[in-house]
Each structure stands twice: as C-alpha cells, then as structure tokens.
Design a protein around this ligand. Structure first.
Ligand code: FAD
Ligand code: NAD
Length: 468
C-alpha cells in the first residue's frame, strides 16, 4: 500500500546533523519531516557515539579516581567494587534521556518523525519503507541528506560486535575484556581504550602511523603518548596489522613493525580505523549526485549538492566527523533554504578528545603553520604552574598558543590537561572574532581557575607570562 505526504523540507537521518536541521527548518516556518530508520532519534552521536562513550568515560574516571587517588584526599573505604552492569545501565539511561529529549524537541516544533528507511528518488521524492512493511512517499520542496557515517571494517577482522567490535560493541561488553587489542590510535581507540583500561582490561593500541592521533600538534602527541603509556596503555605505533586468526578462545592479531613480525593474543578486538560516509538510501550514480574522492557528498559552503534543492550535511559530507560540525551544517542548510545569507566556515571548529587528561584544539597545528611559511610565535603554559590544577591533583599537560608574529592573530591553540574540553570555548570565541593573543592576555580571568592557564599562555606568546 502506498500513500503520499507533502512537506517543505524532508531530512533523511535524525542524527545531530539531521535533527538540528529539522529543528532550525521548523523554527523558520517550514513544514518539516525527518526520516529516521533507527528506533530512536539522535543518530550515531546519541545512541552509540558521543553520549554513551562520555557516560562510560565519566564513570570509569570516577572508578579510577576512587582506586588510585581518593586516598590522597584522605578518603578511604574498605572494599571498592566495580558493578559493570550498573555502569552500563546508567549509560543506557543517559542515552535514553537524550533520545527522549530529541523526541520532545520534535514534538515541540511539530516535526513529523517518519519512522522508516528513506530512499531518495529524483524529483525530490523520498520513498520510506515503514516498519510495518508499507511504504510512504514524501514529496519535498527541499531535501537535506544527513545519513551520517559507518565504521570502516578490516577484511580479516569482520565485526561480530561481541569479540570483534566497532564502537557499538565496545560500549556494551558485559564483562571487562582480559586483553583488548585496539586497532587504530585515533580518537575512538584512545577514548574507549581508556575506558576499558581503567576498568581493569589490558589494552594494547596498534597505530599504523608513527604516532598516535595523527594530524594533531606534535607537542600534544608527545605529551599524550607519554601520559597514556604511564597510565598503562600499551601503544604500538608505526605498526601495521597484517592479519588475524580467529578461534573460539582467542584472536591472534599479526603485526609488523620495521620488517619485524609479532603477534598479540587478544580476548577482544576493537577496530577503530576511521569511519566512511554512509550513503544508505542514496544511489549517487542513479541520482547523478556528485561525490568527492572518499565517497563523501560534495557540497558548497551553503551545504548545496549539485542536485536542485538537495542539500547534504554532517558525516555524509566528510571533513571533520564531529557532531558540532554536523549541527552547524544543519543550521546553515535550513537557513540557506530560507534564503538567508548563511555560509559554513570551518576556521573555528574545535576538536576534543575526552581522555584523561583531555585534549582540545582549534586552528592549525604548529607543523601546519610552519609549512605555510608564515612567521609565528608559539608558547606553552604548563598546568604544573596553575594553582587550581594543583588543588585538583591534575597538574598534567599545558595550554599552547600559536600566533602570527607580525599581527598577533591567533592561528592555533592546543591544550592537554584537566577540563580542557570546556577551556577551549574561550579560545574558539577569540577565533570567531579573529582575535589576537593580546585579547586573551588582557582579559581578566577569575582566580583560581584552570582558564588562567590560557591567559598565561597568551602572555607567554607576548613574552611576559607572570607565573612561570
Ligand atoms: P549520524 O549521527 O551518523 O546520524 C545519521 C542517522 O541517519 C542515523 O541515525 C541513521 O540511522 C540515519 N539514516 C541513515 N540512512 C538513513 C536512511 N536511508 N533512512 C533513514 N535513516 C537513515 N563527535 C563529537 O563531536 N564529539 C564526540 O565526543 C564524539 N564522540 C564519538 C564517539 C564515538 C564512539 C563515535 C562513533 C563518534 C563520535 N563522534 C563525536 C562523532 C559523531 O557521532 C558524528 O560526527 C555525528 O554523529 C555525525 O552526525 P550526522 O547527523 O552526520 O550522522
Ligand atoms: P580516527 O581517524 O580518529 O582514527 C583512526 C586511526 O586509525 C588513525 O590514527 C589511523 O592512522 C589509524 N589506522 C588506520 N588504518 C589502520 C590500520 N590498518 N592499522 C592500524 N591503524 C590504522 O578514527 P576513529 O577513531 O575510528 O573515529 C572515527 C571518527 O569519529 C573520528 O574521525 C572522529 O572525528 C569521530 N569521533 C570523535 C570523537 C570526539 O570528538 N571526541 C570521539 C570519537 C570519535
């Protein structure tokens, strides 16, 4: 049975890109529908990404604090016990609060959630296969594709989401793995590797490139490598995974480094070697939709594809695979449809890694500035010289700022330390205004705060830090 529905805007995908685009479109007065095939809204981020991983990072961090550091504060207890099932239940509750939150926002904005799998046809029609097997056709003046991304699989380590897992399976292990081998020393590998190490697993991270977190500022990589190794993460950098033997008891992963072969015997393997754009329901060839070299949907700075009135946003368009980037692109697409002059720019999109210590950055790395040939000044302020960090017992890491040597314009900021996920916002704001290190240096920061380290790093760029 088929029935037809008309809408001004149809969004395919209800992740952070899609749901934000739908809300903004509804705010702008459009009759809006969002097609989402999963049982809950929120996409990768809310269901199997940002939110559950941060819930487990938070819980495991508290467990590690109780185990290793509570006594330093004069706090003791007789028996510390890990209740993994309660930890996982709490994570699921947090996810539920967030998915229900998005549903509430849809009701508030009268957005029609079409629960089913959408297929884009020419002429801006979307056929939706509904859960009961029937189909519904949505005719839209405008379509926004927000189909997200999926994890890249290695041919010799196919996901079973039980012992060989992507992020999805790594969020639901029902016991602490004896030996978790993580393939990929990027963001997921280090965040989820940290969770299971803190909970008692032996964790070995295998990274193809010479250092973890490729593309990050070199000083950050050095510091992070040192701290993570000290915490007990086994890091195999510059190492290629060449194969795996899977038996009912173990997974033997073969590695090669500098021509030397070796193996790791794992109880579980997390493959976190990146994600690729998902074009499910989008037959680019048949539609004539232009893709980039990595299979991402090509868009301009108003999120327009080459097809009339078809927009694309979020992970499906490549670039930085980040929820806040997807959200901002969703806003730009909706505003472009409304005829507003909004344009996407990527100059001040922050990146954050929620390990302990956290890592946050915006702008260019020092090596990128060097390659650009621009004259620059770089300076660091360490958290060992910050009073608040010492009170927290968290005086690891530093704030590093890079500014143009002639104009003092901020070019890059790289932080590793306590709560830098929050500290970076101040610098992002400065970037938005194309600010200078002097702007941060002249701003009065409350004492004692971690943010004083940012001011001091800015003073250091000007050659006049006070506390170092
Ligand atoms: P997605 O969130 O992937 O949503 C796409 C949605 O489209 C899905 O719900 C899918 O079911 C639906 N869909 C696809 N095709 C169809 C179709 N044909 N019909 C109907 N529905 C369809 N980013 C951060 O900024 N901060 C973090 O801390 C962070 N942590 C992460 C941790 C992990 C473990 C992972 C995997 C990712 C993390 N990310 C984080 C990245 C973030 O999750 C993504 O960048 C973000 O979810 C992208 O949003 P999106 O809307 O483009 O796509
Ligand atoms: P990633 O790109 O961050 O890291 C993948 C790593 O795997 C890289 O270091 C790469 O060099 C390495 N690699 C690739 N092939 C390999 C191989 N065969 N053997 C060994 N190493 C190999 O990707 P990810 O960690 O899978 O995360 C996917 C995306 O999700 C990221 O791009 C990130 O933007 C997003 N994410 C963001 C957050 C956050 O914002 N805190 C958290 C998790 C995920």
């Amino acid at each position: 049975m088929s029935n037809e529905l008309q809408a001004d805007v149809v969004v395919i995908g209800g992740g952070p890109g899609g749901y934000v685009a739908a809300i903004r479109a509804a705010q702008l007065g459009f009759n809006t529908a969002c097609v989402e095939s999963a049982p809950t809204l929120g996409g990768t981020c809310v269901n199997v990404g940002c939110i559950p991983s941060k819930a487990l990072l938070q819980s495991s961090e508290q467990y590690e604090f109780a185990r290793l550091h509570a006594h330093e504060h004069g706090i003791g207890f007789d028996a510390l016990r890990l209740d993994l099932h309660q930890m996982l239940r709490r994570k699921d509750e947090v996810v539920g609060q967030n998915t229900r939150g998005v549903e509430f926002l849809f009701r508030k904005h009268k957005i029609n959630w079409i629960r089913g799998f959408g297929t884009l046809r020419t002429g801006n029609a979307v056929d939706v296969l509904l859960a009961d097997g029937s189909t519904q056709t949505l005719k839209a003046a405008h379509v926004i594709i927000a189909t997200g991304s999926v994890p890249i699989e290695l041919p010799f380590l196919p996901f079973d989401e039980r012992r060989i897992v992507s992020n999805t399976g790594a969020l639901v292990f029902d016991e602490v793995p004896a030996h978790l081998v993580v393939i990929g020393g990027g963001v997921i590998g280090l965040e989820l590797g940290s969770v299971w190490r803190r909970l008692g697993a032996k964790v070995s991270v295998v990274e193809l490139m010479p250092g973890i977190l490729p593309g990050s500022d070199d000083d950050i990589v050095k510091e992070a490598d040192r701290i993570f190794r000290r915490q007990g993460l086994e890091l195999h950098t510059g190492t290629r995974v060449t194969g795996a033997e899977i038996s009912p008891e173990t997974i033997v992963v073969s590695l090669e480094r500098d021509g030397q072969a070796r193996t790791l015997e794992a109880s579980h393997v997390l493959v976190a070697v990146g994600r690729r754009p998902s074009l499910s329901g989008i037959d680019a060839g048949a539609l004539g939709l232009t893709l980039g070299s990595r299979g991402e949907i090509s868009v301009d700075d108003r999120m327009r594809t080459n097809l009339p009135n078809v927009f694309a946003i979020g992970d499906a368009t490549g670039g930085k695979l980040l929820a806040h980037k997807a959200e901002e692109e969703g806003v730009i697409a909706a505003e472009a449809i409304a005829g507003k002059p909004s344009r996407m720019h990527y100059h001040s999109i922050p990146s954050v890694i929620y390990t302990w210590p956290e890592i946050a950055s915006v702008g260019l790395s020092e090596q990128e500035v060097r390659v650009s040939g621009r004259e620059y000044t770089a300076a660091k302020f360490p958290f060992t010289a910050n009073g608040r960090a010492r009170t927290m017992g968290a005086a690891n890491g530093f704030v590093k700022l890079i500014a143009d040597a002639r104009t003092d314009e901020l070019l890059g900021c790289h932080m590793i330390g306590p709560n830098v996920s929050e500290l970076i916002s101040e610098v992002v704001l400065a970037f938005e205004y194309r600010g200078a290190s002097e702007d941060l240096a002249l701003t009065v920061h409350a004492h004692p705060t971690l943010a004083e380290a940012t001011k001091e790093a800015a003073l250091a760029v000007l050659g006049r830090a006070i506390h170092i």
